[in-house]
Design a protein around this ligand. Structure first.
Ligand code: CU
Length: 488
């Protein structure tokens, strides 16, 4: 009951008190590592392997346990797509349908969600649509009738997404198209997928995760919500680690030339939010949002990024002296977690790239047919709910019509990064005022902050059937902050 008491105390504080306490930007509870943290900027930035089809249009990937070196001098057991963490990067093309056959050789069931995908409901990674442990298989069908964008994939097992993603079940997927091909953007070695997440480690190098006693797997106790508790109640706000990984490496360093680079930024953390800046200064030129290229670039000094969100940015390293270091930092954190990674500008090089003033022609706004309210809130019983309900599989909270758009008004008592499956949306307003510069473009995840009301215009295109919306703080998600909707 201590967790409820503590949450009761926090819940009794208003937004002003939270801000005064200096914790208004923090969305989780810090779990510390029990080993000496590695020195930052010593491990080279890894680039995940690109997945190769077994034949055109068909990939086969096995989820299996592997032991890899994350913290130098120790090894960590991971649950990996292909036995790697991150999993392989899928390099895909708009309109080129693929099947990904997933084989689960783990000891736990899984469900794989392509985050940002316009995917038929049977392949969308519904949390109860499980691939059995010990050799179960499933063919996921991805038509990819969608614009070029930075997507990712991860486990979505009901009640256990937090621990299973923490242990490694995540990777990136890039969709490309002719509109993007025609742009003179950096590519090849100058296009870097950067999957950012935090973790905590035990003395022996294994991942630490605060599973409850007797819980953490099939033996978890079902509470009054009917959901099993995968995380200890003291961590119901979310689990934050003290080691920042980029592409699975702690505080890595990447050597770059003094040219433009395209960085595909993904926050794959369970609960940690970041406000990214370049030190000693510099700008991110944003070219894309979660769901594709922007109409025109937007310059940012800093980028807030909540779990599940992506930013597609260009950084021009010719603005820095050769030999200099450019550090990607998170200004929301203090101590070691303030650092994310470092770039070292090694030498000059030719650069024929550019960021054009016109990038793409995204779909326009269509008039909404209705407005719906979704309130993300902790209940008096200490459960994360949407519109007062913990997750009820098979009970849709909305039935939008295919081909229409709706305004979804998202309100919140805490930090809730709200993710909608299938539908992409534009942020219309925050608390009735203009959205932030970082809200630009079509998205599938939006950072709803404490006591904020965010209006989004969502388009329901592509497929009919059962989908979901949920909080992408994975501990909130596991503690039932999800709901179905059905496109009719
Ligand atoms: Cu949440």
């Amino acid at each position: 009951m201590s967790a409820l008491t503590r949450r009761g105390f926090l819940g009794a504080l208003g937004a002003t008190a939270l801000a005064a306490a200096g914790c208004a930007e923090i969305s989780g509870e810090l779990l510390r590592s029990r080993l000496a943290l590695p020195r930052p900027f010593t491990v080279p930035l890894p680039i995940p392997e690109v997945a190769r089809p077994v034949r055109p249009g068909r990939y086969e990937v096995t989820q299996r346990v592997a032991r890899i070196e994350i913290i130098p001098g120790t090894t960590t057991e991971v649950l990996g797509y292909g036995g790697t963490f991150p999993g392989p990067t899928f390099d895909l093309r708009r309109g080129s349908r693929v099947t990904v056959a997933v084989r689960n050789e783990l000891s736990v069931p899984t469900s794989t969600h392509l985050h940002g995908g316009v995917t038929p409901p049977g392949s969308d990674g519904y949390p109860a649509d499980l691939v059995a442990s010990g050799g179960g298989t499933k063919d996921y069908d991805y038509p990819l009738e969608q614009r070029a964008a930075t997507l990712w994939y991860h486990d979505h097992r009901m009640d256990f997404t937090g621990p299973q993603v923490w242990r490694g079940l995540a990777g990136m997927a890039l969709v490309r198209d002719e509109e993007e091909d025609a742009l003179p953007l950096p590519r090849g070695e100058r296009e870097l997928p950067l999957m950012i997440c935090d973790r905590a480690f035990d003395e022996d190098g294994s991942f630490r995760y605060p599973s409850p006693p007797g819980g953490g797997n099939h033996t978890g106790h079902k509470g009054h919500t009917g959901h099993m508790a995968a995380v200890d109640g003291d961590y119901m706000e979310g689990v934050e680690g003290d080691v920042i990984l980029v592409n699975g490496a702690p505080w890595p360093v990447a050597e770059v030339t003094a040219t433009r680079y395209r960085l595909r930024l993904l926050n794959a953390s369970n609960a940690r939010r970041y406000r990214l800046r370049l030190a000693p200064g510099g700008r991110f030129t944003q070219i894309g949002s979660d769901s594709g290229l922007l109409a025109a670039p937007v310059a940012h000094d800093e980028l807030p990024i909540s779990p599940g969100e992506r930013y597609d940015v260009v950084v021009d390293f010719s603005a820095y002296p050769v030999g200099g270091a450019v550090t990607l930092v998170n200004t929301l954190a203090d101590g070691p977690a303030r650092n994310v990674m470092r770039f070292v500008v090694a030498r000059r090089a030719a650069d024929d790239t550019a960021v054009p003033a016109v990038l793409s022609r995204p779909p326009g706004r269509v008039p909404p047919v209705t407005t719906r309210l979704f309130d993300f809130r902790r209940s008096a019983e200490g459960v994360w709910t949407i519109n007062g309900h913990p997750y009820r599989p098979g009970v849709p909270l909305a039935r939008p019509r295919l081909g229409t758009a709706e305004v979804w008004r998202l309100s919140s008592d805490f930090h809730h990064p709200v993710h909608v499956h299938l539908a992409h949306f534009l942020v219309l307003a925050r608390n009735g005022r203009a959205p932030a510069a970082s809200d630009a473009g079509w998205k599938d995840t939006v950072d709803v902050r404490p006591y904020e009301v965010v209006d989004v215009l969502a388009r329901f295109d592509g497929h009919r059937g059962r989908y979901m919306l949920h909080c992408h703080n994975l501990e909130h998600e596991d503690m039932a902050m999800m709901a179905d909707f059905e496109v009719i």
